[in-house]
Design a protein around this ligand. Structure first.
Ligand code: ZN
Ligand code: ZN
Length: 358
């Protein structure tokens, strides 16, 4: 999984001599080494020579973990700009790609003054590469998914009237870490009863009551890659309306999954699910889109949204997460993660989806 090579191979077609990586997720994608925030830069040149620049706090760790790049240490009087300038001159770089989606105006200004080359916006080079997972990335993402599923299987034994949303969220975090997660992909969403109509509600002190839905949206980070899943379960009993809403969301999700494959547009995948919800009369209550890309970041390209007319590439990993939210009443969302292939998709989420009444 040498992603430095993959980046280098794309430079010629964009008429770039090199690509500068400053964003944390992109640096990790390229190097396999994770540091927080702005503590490093990577430079990929067209001739395949790569540099990972960091400060003394991270040099030793970088030497252990970075694959495929020369480690350079910044220090007093020899900062990132000075090291980059040396590399620009050494490799005769005229056009240097940079991550326009992430760099601040101030950082761009400082680099433009310091470097004797043209800075070319090229963040999409990285998003295009990251959108297509290689087999090693997929394997890691499947492992991340399994950790979340083990946490789900255990939490189902603990959901009962009187337990609060916050307690469930805390236990989910513990269980994922216990089963090998490095971190959470995002703070778990646990909402119940009328709180369920808030698609991204924050877990509260509200106690679960009999006759309510509990929606749990959670995921973990494993070897730097995210998992993401949502299950909605009922406690005690369900009304006819609850069952109808649940069945509609599940049918919509299955329709979207059936439509999902490489080469189909994000719009068309979304529409396959949305048509089911519209047909059941709940169209106004499905406000978000069908899915988003998942990988190093919990939300990355490509997206299965009504506005994405572009084909989803084979090799993409996207979520499949339709929902219906009846304000002040209830909500249901079901989310799996799909790996798109040329002729369909592989659902890497194996947790059951038939309505569970605890
Ligand atoms: Zn989710
Ligand atoms: Zn999601």
């Amino acid at each position: 999984m040498d992603h430095f090579e993959k980046i280098a191979a794309r430079l010629e077609s964009r008429d770039l001599d090199a690509m500068l990586l400053t964003n944390e997720a992109n640096r990790f994608y390229a190097s396999g080494f994770r540091t927080a925030g702005t503590d490093g830069m990577a430079l990929v040149t067209r001739d395949g020579c790569c540099y990972y620049m960091t400060d003394s706090r991270y040099t030793e760790a970088a030497e252990r973990h970075v694959r495929g790049a020369v480690i350079q240490e910044v220090g007093a009087g020899r900062g990132y700009a000075a090291l980059l300038k040396e590399a620009v001159q050494r490799h005769r770089i005229r056009r240097l790609g940079f991550e326009d989606a992430y760099m601040t105006v101030r950082e761009h200004g400082a680099l433009a003054r310091a470097l004797p080359c043209e800075l070319v916006p090229a963040a999409d080079l990285l998003s295009e590469l990251r959108a297509v997972k290689d087999p090693e990335e997929l394997e890691i993402m499947v492992s991340a998914q399994r950790i979340a599923e083990r946490a789900l299987a255990e939490i189902l034994n603990e959901i009962r009237p009187g337990v609060t949303e916050k307690e469930i969220a805390a236990r989910l975090q513990y269980l994922m870490l216990h089963h090998g997660a490095e971190d959470m992909s995002f703070d778990p969403i646990v909402v119940s009863g009328p709180n369920g109509s808030l698609p991204h509600g924050v877990p509260s002190e509200k106690a679960i009551q009999s006759g309510e839905f509990v929606t749990m949206d959670f995921g973990c980070v494993y070897h730097g890659y995210c998992s993401d899943m949502t299950r909605t379960v009922a406690v005690g009993s369900v009304t006819d309306e609850m069952r109808r809403v649940y069945d509609t969301v599940l049918e919509a999700q299955r329709a979207g999954i059936d439509a999902a494959r490489g080469g189909v547009s994000g719009h068309d995948v979304d529409k396959a699910a949305r048509d089911v919800i519209d047909g059941a009369g709940y169209g106004p209550y499905f406000g978000h889109s069908f899915g988003h890309g998942v990988g190093v970041e919990i939300h990355e390209g490509p997206n299965a949204t009504p506005s994405n007319a572009l084909p989803l590439p084979a090799g993409a990993v996207i979520s499949a997460e339709p929902g219906i939210y009846l304000p002040g009443k209830l909500g249901v969302r079901i989310e799996d993660v799909l790996y798109l292939t040329e002729d369909g998709c592989r659902n890497i989420t194996l947790a059951p989806k038939d309505l569970v009444i605890l």
